[in-house]
Design a protein around this ligand. Structure first.
Ligand code: ADP
Ligand code: MG
Length: 577
């Protein structure tokens, strides 16, 4: 319904489609009347001039029919393209604005399906099915009226075919609705296996599972063909009856009407016209019948698309949020509790600490202890469940999101480069940055030499179709990208966890520059002894609790846990071979 509502934004196009449709119906309805005129006034009265006039009218009408048919399909397609365009943009904008928690809950592949196939379903529906159905209803009603005016007794007999055909079709669809639903599901399953295998082909080969995967796919494929055959059977079993019905009606019209013609109550032309109308009537019924499953599919697609479009944005500017202009970088956690939406246990339990501006804060703890979660709360990727996170004494929820995040530089655990040049990627947040600045941050991230060694240098295309980069190279480009922004708080998540030791050492080298310069407040997951020694404050996390905080020396003296976690989490210096 909402999708249909959006047609109002394209009301002229929609109006064009509708007008063409009405005119098309008119030309269709007029043709039998021309026959009638030609037979009664021309052929029977042997009036060549009338026959000639009728013939010219018919040519004109068929030209009109061609034009209106073109107009109708063209405008309808145009309207549907516009609606799909709007929907795609709406959903894309929405995805940009949705909170992290939404993306946690939703699979990327589902979102992709919504953007591509669901919108396409809606588009086809608006572009073809909708006009066809409206057209079918219009022609059905107008023919019924014309027939009733021409001869109401004969009309009632003919029109009785409508409910009978409708009943047969309804029976057909209720009986086979599960079958059609299953067909869709089976097609979906088949594609899911295909997609899995395309993505995981290396794993399939590594574990020598090719034949298993092949038989899994073949089995689903067989099932699909079986269901398809079943539906063809069902169609073959129902439709002969509908056509038989149509033929019986012709017989009745010719029989009853023929008698009426002989009795002088009906002219031959009228009989011919009547019969043409009667033949026209079966088409729209079939059309409406076939459109019904498409309508329900389109409705399901629309529901799924609007589920995203209307999804609540959990993290947004509060009313009265103010821009955060000057950031000094004093960070306070006041008894922060946090539970991920949908999770059972709290990821953070009563965390309190305060940093001074420009401190280096190292977070230490086992995997899953809540280190990344602490970092997620600062830029408001999530909001605290209890307590407050403050910067310079102001609750982050009172600041506008855009200004808050503009002060925070982040290097994520896993990084993504966008398709484009290396320069574009480094200058992602500051697209007009001069090349000198791009080069200087690349040097700081220890990636300049590598980039300079590429044939196209900073103009090298990266991304799916571009040059392949190793995990460490990507990560260092991501570090350069962050360095180029104007941040006052720097967050360095576990950016070395996903790579091998040598790459980790390279990344660490470029991070050391940032960690030790202390020009801004820096949060870093402690991975090296040097970081721990350098830190002004170490937060020791254990199972969501902040169990101790202080400098390395203080913790060595006071915390029994510190030594063991330090040993298990912090790498011994890597010595390149
Ligand atoms: N997006 C998420 N949704 C639900 N639970 C999460 C999510 N991210 C992390 N968690 C859970 O929160 C806890 C802390 O995770 P995290 O902060 O990532 O740990 P660390 O970074 O210290 O390894 C873990 O128990 C983890 O399973
Ligand atoms: Mg983590």
């Amino acid at each position: 319904m909402q999708a249909l509502g959006s047609l109002r934004y394209h009301r002229f196009i929609s109006l064009g489609a509708f007008l063409s449709l009405l005119l098309l119906t008119l030309t269709n309805a007029i043709t039998p009347q021309l026959f009638r005129w030609g037979i009664d006034q021309g052929i029977i009265k042997k009036d060549l001039q009338t026959i000639f006039q009728v013939a010219s009218c018919m040519v004109l009408v068929s030209i009109g029919r061609g034009l209106f048919n073109f107009g109708q399909t063209f405008w309808a397609e145009a309207a549907s393209q516009n609606v799909a365009y709007d929907l795609r943009n709406q959903i894309f904008t929405k995805i940009q604005n949705l909170s992290f928690s939404y993306h946690d809950r939703t699979q990327t592949s589902q979102l992709l399906t919504r953007i591509t196939s669901d919108i396409e379903q809606i588009r086809t529906f608006i572009g073809t099915t909708l006009v066809q159905v409206v057209g079918a209803v219009v022609i059905l009603v107008s023919i019924a009226i014309i027939l009733l005016v021409m001869n109401w007794q004969l009309a009632l007999i003919t029109l009785s075919a409508v409910p009978i055909a409708g009943f047969l079709l309804a029976q057909f669809f209720t009986k086979n609705i599960n079958l059609f639903g299953r067909l869709q599901e089976q097609l979906g399953d088949l594609n899911a296996v295909l997609q899995e295998n395309l993505q995981g082909i290396r794993i399939v080969k590594a574990f020598v599972r090719e034949s298993t995967e092949r038989s899994r796919y073949t089995m689903l494929n067989d099932g699909l063909v079986a269901s398809n055959m079943q539906s063809i059977h069902a169609i073959r079993n129902t439709f002969p009856f509908i056509f038989l019905l149509s033929n019986i009606m012709t017989l009745t019209v010719v029989g009853y009407g023929g008698a009426a013609v002989i009795g002088g109550k009906f002219s031959i032309g009228e009989l011919v016209a009547f019969n043409s109308y009667q033949l026209l009537i079966i088409q729209p019924i079939l059309l409406i019948g076939f459109a019904s499953p498409i309508i329900s599919q389109a409705a399901a697609s629309a529901a799924r698309v609007y589920e995203v479009v209307d999804a609540e944005i959990e993290i947004r500017d509060r009313p009265g949020a103010v821009p955060f202009n000057q950031c000094h970088g004093r960070i306070t956690f006041e008894n922060v509790h946090f539970r991920y939406p949908g999770a059972v246990n709290e990821a953070l339990k009563g965390i309190s600490f305060e940093t001074k501006p420009k401190e280096l804060i190292a977070i230490l703890g086992m995997t899953g202890s809540g280190k990344s979660t602490i970092m997620n709360l600062l830029p408001r990727f999530y909001d605290v469940t209890h307590g407050a996170v403050c910067i310079d004494g102001r609750d982050v929820r009172d600041l506008t999101l855009e200004s808050l995040r503009s002060h925070i530089g982040i290097v994520f655990q896993q990084t993504t480069l966008f398709s484009g040049t290396i320069r574009d990627n480094i200058a992602y947040a500051v697209p007009d940055a001069p090349i000198e600045k791009v080069i200087s941050v690349a040097k700081m991230a220890y990636i300049h030499e590598f980039i300079a060694s590429l044939p196209d240098g900073y103009e090298t295309i990266v991304g799916e179709r571009g040059v392949g980069l190793s995990g460490g190279q990507k990560q260092r480009i991501a570090i350069a990208r962050t360095l180029l922004t104007d941040y006052h708080i720097l967050i360095l998540d576990d950016s070395t966890s996903a790579v091998d030791a040598k790459t980790a050492a390279q990344i660490q080298e470029s991070l050391d520059n940032l960690i030790h310069c202390k020009t801004c407040t820096t949060f870093v997951i402690a991975q090296r002894l040097s970081t721990v020694h350098n830190a002004d404050r170490i937060l020791l996390m254990d199972k969501g609790h902040l169990v101790a905080q202080g400098t390395h020396d203080e913790l060595m003296r006071n915390s029994p846990l510190y030594g063991s976690i330090l040993e298990s989490q912090v790498a011994t210096p890597y010595i390149p071979s």
